[in-house]
Design a protein around this ligand. Structure first.
Ligand code: NAD
Length: 361
């Protein structure tokens, strides 16, 4: 039976890397029926919405999405399509592996971490009050009355909220992932010494959940210390679980540790649906140039194959991409020593090279 998958090319460089990824996925021999769905700037201009309802309906049917990046228009009152997608499908877990492969230009070897970021709450959830609005005024008055703290009238306010329910499910997700994937340790990351209530709740809930998993080690780190430790000794970390904003920042830091955004995959997973996408954005300045690296999206395809229980195809595709990286010949500019290296190849040539390797595996 072919796997039905909603394919969302996105915008900017999204369509090019999506096409390259579709080709390598098909070359694994696994069969797919793609439900092609458009989202992004073109949809916003033509239909007034960046994320048409059809996209959500399609994922509700297929349960699985493979998605290219989508640009977030600045200052047009339009919210991020990526955040909307995560919210509407309750994709509460953002999974971002960070792994070193031989041949990547990284200062480190032997990094193999999984970052599990909570996707629905925290400062990132967009509960905000604009300076000079009646709502902002009301919040300032409430804060003064309930805490005695007088905020400057010229303030903008963003709310940080963390619940027991969302923390329990993300920490459980991290432990379940660790168990299912032969991982040894989960590290919860927080700033509970300063944000005693919100991050304090995150830490206390994580400690509670950890008691249910005797087979997996548990520890916690304060987020600033975590940053330093990741730069000094990243190979000591295994699965990290974090609230939304720290997860966003630490996963980009981790992408930097392993050789850049061009090879950093991601997945957004909920109890019913999952959407696989690279960590990077739409890199619009390179759109239509057959230039950017499709490997982050291809590795997201590897995660998707594992999710679909196509373990053998996932392992072969990962190996084929790793071989192309190790050879260092058919790689894009970002994996070369200098970005202006004339021997760098384009997006579609990387797909050709990966397919050639796959045929020999
Ligand atoms: P970006 O990740 O698109 O690009 C930053 C830089 O990183 C690029 O200029 C390029 O030099 C490099 N880069 C990114 N992807 C690359 C690749 N595959 N190969 C080689 N180099 C690559 O970040 P940005 O410029 O901050 O964001 C552009 C747009 O994308 C914004 O509107 C942002 O909101 C959006 N965005 C979308 C997603 C998503 O769809 N999930 C994620 C992040 C950002």
């Amino acid at each position: 039976m072919p796997h039905a998958v909603t394919l969302i090319p996105g915008d900017g460089t999204g369509p090019e890397i999506t096409e390259a990824t579709r080709r390598v996925l098909e070359a694994t021999g696994v069969q797919f029926t793609w439900d092609l769905q458009r989202a992004g700037l073109e949809m916003l201009e033509k239909h007034g919405t960046i994320l048409p309802d059809e996209v959500i309906e399609s994922i509700k049917r297929t349960k699985i999405g493979l998605k290219g990046p989508i640009t977030t228009p600045v200052g047009k009152g339009s919210r991020s399509a990526n955040m909307a997608l995560r919210k509407r499908l309750d994709l509460y877990a953002n999974l971002r592996p960070a792994k070193t492969y031989q041949g990547l230009r990284s200062r480190y070897e032997n990094i193999d971490m999984i970052i599990v970021r909570e996707n629905t709450e925290d400062l990132y959830a967009g509960v905000e009050f604009q300076k000079g609005t009646p709502e902002q005024q009301e919040i300032i008055e409430t804060i003064a009355r309930t805490t005695g703290t007088h905020l400057d009238q010229e303030s903008a306010i963003s709310i940080k909220f963390i619940s027991v329910l969302a923390t329990r499910r993300i920490v459980k997700f991290a432990f379940e992932y660790a168990r299912a994937n032969g991982r040894r340790k989960v590290t919860a990351v927080h700033k509970a010494n300063i944000m005693r209530f919100s991050d304090g709740l995150f830490l206390a809930t994580a400690q509670e959940v950890a008691k249910e998993y005797h087979d997996i080690q548990f520890e916690d780190r304060i987020v600033d210390n975590m940053c330093m430790q990741l730069v000094q000794k990243p190979e000591q970390y295994d699965v990290l679980v974090l609230p939304n904003l720290y997860g966003d920042i630490i996963s980009d830091l981790s992408a930097g540790l392993i050789g850049g955004l061009g090879v950093a995959p991601g997945a957004n997973i909920g109890s019913q649906y999952a959407v696989f996408e690279p960590v990077h954005g739409s890199a619009p300045k390179y759109a239509g140039q057959n230039k950017v690296n499709p490997m982050a999206m291809m590795f997201s395809g590897v995660l998707m194959l594992r999710h679909l229980c196509e373990k053998d195809a996932a392992n072969r595709l990962e190996k084929a991409i790793a071989q192309v990286i190790a050879e260092g010949k058919n790689v894009t500019y970002d994996l070369k020593a200098r970005p202006d290296d004339p021997t760098a190849v384009g997006t579609s040539q990387v797909a050709d090279a990966v397919i050639e390797k796959l045929q020999k595996l």
